[in-house]
Design a protein around this ligand. Structure first.
Ligand SMILES: Cc1ncc(COP(=O)(O)O)c(C=O)c1O
Length: 407
């Protein structure tokens, strides 16, 4: 492998990095739109968008401009002071949503950590310490802090980290009866991704979200929507809850908000926000001027109705392309699911657990796609995807499947 600037290669990762990841064999060095190039100049068509982060693609001109303009003015002042970009951003988010107040932090996991802490504090303040139970779904993913892996319903992420935070129960996604049985007066919050991402690209049924809203109201519990992956235009609405017509009490947002610059937000109502007062929660970097300036510009673009309409039409085209692939390889795929530009090509039972072999072959063919669980090939491309990208991705995926079948 050619030695790049500084002489680092993929081997350097194994030598110096804590091995919590097993990255690809190549190292991307440049990106534009939906294309990336590695150290050797090889081009890849990138339909991962950095795991649903790069809504506007790699290095979009408008965001580079916002970042560099702010970089020359003010980066960071700490939360002893507020700053203009963050105030503008908070006002925009509130004006566009159910929320009255916003808390900024740096990642989806931190936004969820804040949401869960806020829910417990709010319930404790208003109803006493016994109202502390959190209900969430199996296969959910809410982040990697100890609280968020515990609320996320995936044992593989909690194993070995016990003792875990207590009073967290998991129920099957989209099962209204299970929700009814699990939600009682001791519940402070019910947490859900309106479209489950990591768990396998599973949209919630509208009746399920409505039932959760009703159960939360009956039991004075807060409804928390984790829109870290499915929000901000990903399914063709500014936020996914708008598609469902069910408003949460708390919503978390991250990923696309900074188009790759680490910034996240927890949005809530005045009634709930009151439980946090100076000193109850905080962060050093959250809402710094640099991140907020980037997010302001991202938000201005993503929130345009024409931009969101385009996500819906490009989502329909990508879905049709994936359905053609599924129809042509009925042995391998059972179908396509998801919403907007959050789509999954689902493996048939016969090939259970083998989706990773296809994504690895796709990478060799020059196409970057993701997994969601073990049986779903996940497509969460930049929302600016064009017809030519969809056509090229279909061609490369077919090549990958044919090569894999021969291997
Ligand atoms: C729905 C959801 N919530 C939370 C997170 C965690 O976000 P972060 O990795 O920024 O902490 C993710 C990340 O994939 C996610 O998909």
């Amino acid at each position: 492998m050619a030695a790049a600037a500084g002489g680092v290669t993929r081997q350097t990762f194994d030598e110096f990095m804590v091995p919590v990841f097993a990255p690809a064999s190549f190292i991307p060095v440049k990106g534009k739109g939906l294309e990336v190039w590695d150290q050797e100049g090889r081009r890849y068509l990138d339909l991962t968008a950095g795991i649903a982060v790069l809504a506007l693609g790699h290095t979009p001109d408008a965001i580079v401009e916002a970042l560099t303009e702010q970089a020359g003015k003010l980066w960071h002042v700490s939360n002893y002071f507020t700053n203009e970009p963050v105030l503008e951003l908070a006002r925009k988010l509130v004006n566009a949503t159910f929320a009255d107040k916003v808390f900024f932090c740096n990642s989806g996991g931190e936004a969820n950590e804040a949401a869960f802490k806020l829910a417990r504090k709010w319930a404790q303040d208003n109803y006493g310490p016994q109202k502390n139970r959190i209900v969430s779904c199996f296969h959910a993913f809410h982040g990697r802090t100890l609280f968020t892996v515990s609320v996320g319903g995936q044992e593989k992420y909690t194993a070995g980290f016990e003792p875990l935070p207590q009073k967290i129960d998991h129920i099957n996604f989209n099962d209204i009866e299970a929700a009814r049985a699990a939600i009682g007066d001791d519940v402070c919050a019910v947490v859900i991704e309106p479209v489950q991402g990591e768990g396998g690209i599973l949209p919630a049924d509208p009746a399920y979200l409505k039932a959760l809203r009703q159960l939360c109201d009956e039991h004075n519990a807060l409804l928390i929507f984790d829109e870290v992956q499915c929000g901000l235009g990903r399914i063709g609405k500014l936020f996914a809850y708008m598609e469902y017509g069910v408003a949460p009490d708390i919503m978390t947002s991250a990923k696309a908000l900074g188009n790759g610059f680490p910034i996240a937000a927890m949005l809530t109502t005045d009634r709930v926000a009151k439980a946090f007062t100076p000193g109850t929660h905080g962060t050093t970097y959250g809402g710094n001027p640099l991140g907020a300036a980037v997010a302001n510009r991202v938000f201005d673009i993503l929130s345009q109705p024409a931009f969101l309409d385009n996500v819906i039409s490009q989502g329909q085209k990508l879905r049709a392309s994936l359905e053609r692939i599924a129809a042509d390889y009925p042995e391998i795929f059972s179908g396509v699911r998801g919403k907007g530009l959050m789509l999954g090509l689902v493996m048939a039972d016969k090939y259970h657990g083998r989706a990773a072999e296809i994504t690895a072959e796709a990478q060799r063919q020059g196409l970057l796609v993701l997994l969601a669980g073990y049986d779903v090939i996940r497509y969460v491309p930049a929302l600016v995807i064009e017809d030519r990208h969809i056509e090229e991705a279909e061609k490369l995926m077919r090549q990958a499947i044919d090569a894999w079948l021969k291997s």
